[in-house]
Design a protein around this ligand. Structure first.
Ligand SMILES: Nc1ncnc2c1ncn2[C@@H]1O[C@H](COP(=O)(O)OP(=O)(O)O)[C@@H](O)[C@H]1O
Ligand SMILES: [Mg+2]
Length: 461
């Protein structure tokens, strides 16, 4: 009898066919959504209106990943949400079935293959790199060493004009009170190797522009990471008459989206020099402020943009002296909500509300430039819905896009993420699932057979 370990149990999961290997689950229970490459069997399963990701993985790794994802969530780090582990699934063909780790499908998330598919522009690549760098720095700040940074282990969500990156695969990670420089360098070395391979792969598939060089891209990731890390944690020394530099440092960090929780300030006995060093920094400066004022849960750059609009509204309506929270409530009911009310229900799966609002602001700006006049928000929202939103693909992957996958032929019925067979098309190869034997194993902790043997040996002891 299968056993469930979960902090947030969903009873609808209990009757699913856990005694069957995940790769053999009936397709009616699965949904075809784009995803990155995986070493394990990974499937998206649909329960009512919810979608979960299920990964068949050996026992101690499933538990390890579940706990780590839980810690990451508790610390507010962008990662997928762990739902539970199903163990004791019985025996199949004489071999005990590995546990299944369940995470909640991250709504509005885009695996890199979906982002790169339409032939991505260099600016977009640059923004994706920045999002990755911020994620890595955030993980390192809380003492998380990832051990397996790669494009397949990151999910992206739109964040105003940029992206926010989420961790999806924590299996190789470890949580420490504080990371040493060596541990961080190691993560960057792994990132370099994996990302270089990922970019070469995209290039070979014609998905990366010719002038984008994989080697330059990984160099950029590395140099941007070290710049950001220096800004977040580096010490600064200046003479006692330059006190303003303390405030400048705080402002610079805020502009990067971080808050200083502890700043160490040391002054020389004669006050001639001052040394400052941020000791604890928290990400989410703007999103926290917006959450406090309006209750809206957004990404960092969406929050930045919305806060600007809120400040402008306050000024335009002469509410500079009104309490900020009161003005924010006024803005919510008179600006934000009316825009959301103009979005027809059938188009809501296309973008998150905060992203829609950001795009309406952009639309209004361009309309105002074109027509040399002030365009009211409601007019801009109507125009945006008509001209932009209707034409966009769904990104929520909500119930409407989760039709059962029976009528068309899948490339691989056990792996819906490979899509449907098109006439005259050769099925794409997923090296991790199609020919595991031919794949050179880059690192010992990626070798599942070795892990299995080790676990068996440990169990026998
Ligand atoms: N909760 C989730 N939400 C969205 N996508 C997911 C989720 N979990 C896994 N995926 C997708 O499945 C892929 C493989 O999952 P991952 O945990 O990386 O497996 P593996 O350990 O075998 O590499 C990821 O690249 C990602 O695209
Ligand atoms: Mg992975």
């Amino acid at each position: 009898m299968p056993r469930f370990i979960s902090a947030t149990p969903d009873s609808r999961l209990i009757p699913l066919p856990w005694e069957t290997p995940l790769a053999e689950w009936p397709v009616e229970l699965l949904v075809a959504l784009p995803r990155g490459l995986s070493r394990h069997v990974v499937r998206f399963i649909k329960v009512g209106d919810d979608v979960y990701a299920a990964k068949e993985v050996i026992d101690h790794l499933a538990r390890h990943e579940y706990r780590l994802l839980h810690d990451l969530m508790r610390l507010g780090t962008p990662s997928v949400e762990p739902i539970g582990i199903i163990t004791e699934r019985g025996v199949c063909g004489g071999v005990p079935l590995d546990p299944i780790l369940i995470t909640r499908h991250l709504q509005f998330s885009l695996p890199y293959r979906a982002l790169f598919a339409p032939g991505v522009r260099p600016e977009t690549v640059s923004r994706l790199l920045d999002a990755m760098v911020v994620l890595l720095a955030r993980l390192h700040l809380i003492g998380f060493q990832w051990g397996d940074v790669s494009l397949s282990n990151i999910l992206f969500r739109r964040d105003a004009d940029t992206f926010a990156a989420y961790l999806v695969d924590a299996e190789t990670g470890g949580m420490y009170p504080k990371l040493s420089d060596g541990q961080r360098h190691q993560d960057l070395e792994i990132a370099r190797t994996n990302l270089y391979g990922d970019f070469l792969d995209l290039k070979a598939g014609g998905l990366l522009q010719e002038d984008l060089d994989p080697l330059q891209l990984v160099d950029l990731v590395q140099s941007r990471y070290y710049e950001l890390w220096q800004e977040l944690t580096g010490a600064e020394e200046f003479s006692g008459d330059q006190m303003g530099r303390i405030e400048n440092r705080v402002r610079r960090l805020n502009a990067l989206g971080f808050d200083i929780a502890e700043l160490d300030i040391q002054t020389a006995a004669d006050s001639s020099t001052i040394r400052i060093q941020p000791m604890v920094v928290d990400a989410g400066h703007h999103s926290r402020r917006l959450m406090r004022l309006t209750g809206l849960d957004t990404e960092e750059n969406q929050a930045r943009r919305i806060l600007n609009d809120l400040d402008t509204y306050r000024w335009r309506t002469g509410q500079q002296h009104v309490d900020e929270a009161v003005a924010a409530h006024d803005w919510l009911t008179h600006v934000f909500q009316p825009v959301m009310d103009l979005v027809p229900a059938d188009l809501r799966a296309k973008r998150e509300p905060a992203q829609i609002f950001h795009e309406v602001l952009d639309y209004r700006w361009y309309a105002a430039q074109r027509q040399s006049r002030d365009v009211p928000m409601t007019e801009a929202a109507q125009g945006y819905v008509q001209d932009v939103l209707r034409c966009l693909p769904d990104e929520a992957l909500n119930t409407e896009s989760l039709l059962p996958i029976e009528s068309r032929q899948l490339v691989n019925p056990y792996d819906p993420s490979q899509g449907y067979v098109e006439p005259g098309q050769t099925p794409p190869q997923d090296p991790w699932e199609d020919g595991v034997d031919q794949v050179a194993v880059a690192s010992p902790f990626l070798d599942i057979d070795a892990l299995r043997a080790k676990a068996a040996a440990e169990a026998a002891d």
